[in-house]
Design a protein around this ligand. Structure first.
Ligand SMILES: Nc1ncnc2c1ncn2[C@@H]1O[C@H](COP(=O)(O)OP(=O)(O)OP(=O)(O)O)[C@@H](O)[C@H]1O
Ligand SMILES: [Mg+2]
Length: 426
C-alpha cells in the first residue's frame, strides 16, 4: 500500500516551515513510521497539522478557493501564516508500494491579482530506475495552470527548478524538439483546480492517477458520537464515512459479508468494555437502521442513542481498522478524547498492528495529548510540536534525543518521560 515517507508544510497557519520525515532533498532523514503520533502543548499546532492534510485533500476534491473556505477555515488570509506574503506550500514525498521509486509532489497556492486563491505551481517528480542520487525527473510541471506533463510510467526531465520558474515556455520549446512523443503541453481551464485532479483522470498518466487516488483515499476522521447515534436508512455500506453517521450501515455490511472479522471486533470490544457481548442491527418499520448493543447484565438491548460516547468511539475505531479495504492513510485527532485511560495503550497497539500488518493496513497518523497513549509508542513514532518565541511552531523527532532513546530502551515508557518533561526542548 502507498505510504507517505515525509512532508513539508509552509505558510499554513502556525506551520511557517515544518518538515516531518524524509524528502527528496532530505535523504538522510528517517522516513515516517507506519504509525506516527504528534504530541504537543495546547496551541502548538496539532490541529493545524491535522488540518493541513484535510486542506490538501479538500484542494483536490473542491479546488483551492473552496478549500480555503471549507471546514470553518475562513479563507486564504486566515490560513496563510500571519505576516507572511509567500504562497502556502506543501511537499509530499510518497511511495506507491514498498519497492516503487518515491514520488515528490509540490503544490503552491497564492493569490492572483484580484485576490482570489489559485494554484501557482504544481510539480511531480521521480527518480529514474537505478538512479540513487541527484535530482529526480519532473513528470508534471505547471505554472499558473500551464505547463508540461510526461506520459507513462518512466519518462521525465531533469531540469533545475530555477529554470522551470524563470522560463517555462523556453523549456516547453526545448522539450518539444527533443521528446515530442512522451510530452504533452497542458493548459488548465480553471487554475483553482489542481492539475493532478484533471490529469489524474486520464489513462495516459498512470503515475498521476495513482497519486490522485492515493490522496482521494485519505481518511481524516471527524467522528462524533452524536453522528454515530443518527438513524440512517437501512442498506449495507462498505466503509465508515468520516463523521461516522453510517456506523450501523457498516455493521450491517460486516455482519453479512465479513462475519469472522465482525466477530473479532466483538471479541475485542468485549475485552475493552466490560459487559458488552453482542452488537447487531435491527430495522425499524419505516426502513431505518438501529444499532443494538447487548449488555450481559440486562435482558433488553441498548440502542446507540443510549450508548456511551466512549463505547461508540472504540467500536467505530475497531470497525475502521477491520475494514477489508482500508484507506491508505488514516488520520485521527486526539483519539483519546472520552476514553478510559487504561484503554489507550491497547488502542495504540491496535493502531500499530493494523498499520504494520501483513495485509497492508493504513498508515496511521495521530495527534494526541495523552501520556498513556504515548506510553505504547516508540521514540521513532513520536514527533513533538512546539510553539516558538515568534509564535510559529517547530517539530522535533522524539528519537533525536539520545537520552530519551536510552531511557525507553531501559524500559521506561515514553509517555512517562513526556510527563516528566524529557521530551520538551532543552
Ligand atoms: N494564520 C496564522 N498564522 C500564525 N499562527 C496562527 C494562524 N492561525 C492560527 N494560528 C495559531 O496557531 C496555533 C496552533 O493552533 P492549533 O489549534 O493547531 O493547536 P493545537 O496544538 O491543536 O492545540 P490544542 O491542544 O489546544 O488543540 C494557535 O494557537 C494560533 O495562535
Ligand atoms: Mg487541537
Amino acid at each position: 500500500m502507498a505510504k507517505i515517507e515525509g512532508f513539508r508544510i509552509r505558510n499554513f497557519r502556525a506551520l511557517k516551515d515544518v518538515t516531518i520525515g524524509k524528502l527528496w532533498s532530505l535523504q538522510q532523514a528517517q522516513q515516517l513510521t507506519p504509525l506516527t503520533a504528534v504530541i504537543g502543548k495546547n496551541g502548538s499546532g496539532k490541529s493545524t497539522l491535522f488540518d493541513a492534510f484535510g486542506f490538501l485533500s479538500d484542494c483536490l476534491k473542491s479546488g483551492v478557493e473552496e478549500a480555503c473556505d471549507l471546514r470553518g477555515r475562513g479563507g486564504f488570509d486566515r490560513i496563510r501564516s500571519q505576516g507572511q506574503d509567500g504562497p502556502i506550500e506543501f511537499e509530499v514525498y510518497y511511495r506507491e508500494q514498498g519497492n516503487a521509486r518515491p514520488i515528490t509532489y509540490e503544490l503552491s497556492i497564492g493569490l492572483d491579482p484580484s485576490g482570489r486563491p489559485h494554484v501557482q505551481k504544481e510539480r511531480l517528480r521521480q527518480r529514474r530506475r537505478g538512479q540513487n542520487h541527484g535530482r529526480p525527473f519532473f513528470f508534471l510541471v505547471l505554472n499558473e495552470g500551464k505547463g508540461v506533463v510526461w506520459k507513462g510510467e518512466t519518462e521525465g526531465s531533469q531540469i533545475h527548478e530555477d529554470k522551470v520558474q524563470l522560463d517555462l515556455f523556453k523549456l516547453i520549446e526545448s522539450i518539444r524538439k527533443e521528446e515530442t512523443r512522451e510530452t504533452e503541453l497542458v493548459e488548465l481551464e480553471d487554475n483553482r483546480k489542481l492539475g493532478i485532479a484533471t490529469l489524474g483522470s486520464l489513462k495516459q498518466h498512470p503515475r498521476i492517477s495513482a497519486f490522485r487516488q492515493f490522496i482521494e483515499g485519505w481518511y481524516l476522521s471527524y467522528f462524533t458520537p452524536d453522528a454515530a447515534r443518527s438513524l440512517p436508512l437501512a442498506g449495507p455500506q462498505k466503509h465508515l464515512n468520516i463523521h461516522g453517521d453510517n456506523l450501523s450501515n457498516v455493521v450491517q455490511f460486516m455482519e453479512r459479508e465479513h462475519p469472522k472479522r465482525f466477530k473479532s471486533i466483538l471479541d475485542r470490544i468485549a475485552q475493552k468494555i466490560p459487559g458488552m457481548n453482542k452488537i447487531d442491527t435491527a430495522k425499524t418499520p419505516d426502513g431505518r437502521l438501529l444499532l443494538r448493543f447487548n449488555d450481559r447484565g440486562f435482558t433488553d438491548p441498548f440502542y446507540s442513542q443510549q450508548m456511551s460516547d466512549g463505547t461508540l468511539k472504540v467500536f467505530a475505531y475497531l470497525l475502521l481498522l477491520e475494514d477489508p479495504f482500508p484507506p491508505p492513510f488514516l488520520c485521527i485527532e486526539e483519539p483519546e478524547n472520552g476514553l478510559y485511560h487504561k484503554l489507550l495503550e491497547s488502542l495504540a497497539d491496535e493502531f500499530r498492528s493494523h498499520a504494520t500488518g501483513k495485509k497492508g493496513g493504513s498508515q496511521v497518523f495521530i495527534t494526541t495529548h495523552q501520556p498513556y497513549f504515548v506510553d505504547a509508542m516508540e521514540p521513532e513514532e513520536v514527533w513533538v510540536l512546539e510553539k516558538g518565541e515568534d509564535g510559529f511552531s517547530s517539530i522535533r523527532h522524539a528519537s533525536d534525543e539520545q537520552i530519551v532513546k536510552n531511557m525507553v530502551a531501559e524500559g521506561l515508557p515514553l509517555g512517562s518521560l513526556w510527563y516528566s518533561d524529557y521530551l520538551d526542548a532543552r
